[in-house]
Design a binder for this molecule. Structure first.
Ligand SMILES: *Cc1c(COP(=O)(O)O)cnc(C)c1O
Length: 364
């Protein structure tokens, strides 16, 4: 069968490996598997959210409220924007897909940093668009503007904090890029890890309200990381209404589930859970920084819930990730990004103890 030829250039996204796979392939007991590969919240689901999900279990036969009014109202209050500024997606991933389908075709291009979230490229390639990248993984004004003037891309992606590297871009720098590009280019500011960055350094904190005055910008956020709802698939885009109304044309009806919607409404109001999650993370990540220094390798200063270890030549990220996997420790190898590096989601104290033990043995 002949498939659409744009598919030839697309590599299937490789998601973090599930616990079930490690149990099946390596015979590790499920309770001994430590999953630090997908940047989920290690604390788990907030008790208030779990209760909401249980309370909605008997409503699974009903479609959700397709207006998603209550969730939009909660987000509008939290971020000081209007309900009409918001679109909800099955993860912010789905909003990225809407954006790509609404703006791109074979004659357009997109611009992103050298190493960034893999789905930007995949969604753009699905539309036949060309991909341009800057030289650095950090989002640098000069590099972005040089490439921007050369290619005039339809979309500029700014992932801050950046995944899979963990670095963040100061708000000043993001605003400079936004100001400098033409109003017919959409700037996507992906703040999937913004809760962590904002808690660490106010200079990196960007809120939707900071950007809502621009007619060519959309801010993306997600419930999958700090809010602990990766399994529920809820994210959002916040922009001026003329952007939101166009993206709505790409949205299938009932695009998140009845349980997801209920869960996200409770989560949006559960500020304590996010604060506690970030606080635990800030303690535990110090151990990862100390561990790298003790073992003589480098890391990228992280503004996210993960840390990226950069290995010297005599340490191979693929061999290390594979050896850890056999021991039931799942982390993310960054070899496919052209880096001899691994990305590790910072876990609970207990998970991190297990990681350090196995890692020491593997490299020892
Ligand atoms: C996790 C992540 C997302 C989206 O996750 P969803 O689960 O689809 O909401 C978007 N961007 C980045 C950079 C991410 O790391």
């Amino acid at each position: 069968m002949r498939f659409n030829k744009v598919l030839d250039g697309i590599k299937t996204y490789e998601a973090g490996k599930p616990i079930e796979l490690v149990v099946r392939e390596f015979g590790v007991k499920p309770e001994d598997v430590v999953k630090l590969a997908s940047n989920e919240n290690p604390i788990g689901t907030s008790p208030a959210v779990a209760e909401t999900i249980r309370n909605h279990a008997e409503k699974a036969h009903l479609y959700p409220d397709d207006s998603m009014f209550e969730l939009k109202e909660a987000l509008a209050q939290k971020f000081d924007v209007d309900e009409g500024n918001i679109i909800i997606g099955a993860g912010s991933d789905q909003v990225l897909e809407f954006i790509s389908r609404a703006l791109l075709n074979e004659t357009e291009s997109v611009l992103m940093s050298a190493v960034t979230f893999a789905m930007y490229e995949i969604y753009a390639k699905q539309m036949g668009a060309k991909i341009y990248r800057t030289a650095s993984y950090a989002h640098k004004y000069d590099e972005f503007m040089e490439a921007y003037k050369m290619y005039h891309p339809k979309i500029v992606y700014i992932c801050t904090p950046n995944n899979p590297t963990g670095d963040a871009t100061p708000k000043e720098e993001v605003l400079r890029i936004i100001e400098a590009v033409d109003r017919d280019t959409l700037v996507v500011v992906d703040g999937a890890y913004m809760e962590y960055a904002a808690a660490k350094d106010a200079a990196m904190a960007i809120t939707p309200a900071d950007l809502i005055g621009y007619e060519h910008v959309i801010y993306l956020g997600t419930f999958s990381k700090a809010y602990g709802l990766g399994g529920m698939r809820v994210g959002y885009g916040i922009a001026q209404p003329q952007i939101i109304s166009q993206l709505y044309k790409m949205r299938p009806p009932f695009n998140i589930t009845t349980l997801s919607l209920a869960a996200a409404i409770t989560a949006a109001k559960d500020e304590t859970f996010v604060r506690d999650s970030v606080a635990l993370h800030q303690q535990q990540i110090k151990r990862y920084e100390a561990f790298a220094k003790e073992n003589g390798f480098d890391y990228i200063d992280s503004y996210t819930n993960f840390i990226t270890y950069l290995f010297p030549e005599d340490m191979d990220s693929t061999a290390i990730s594979d050896a850890l996997l056999k021991r039931g420790v799942i982390i993310r190898n960054l070899a496919s990004y052209g880096m001899n590096a691994v990305r590790i989601t910072v876990g609970t104290a207990r998970q991190n103890d297990i990681f350090f033990k196995h890692f020491s043995e593997v490299i020892g």
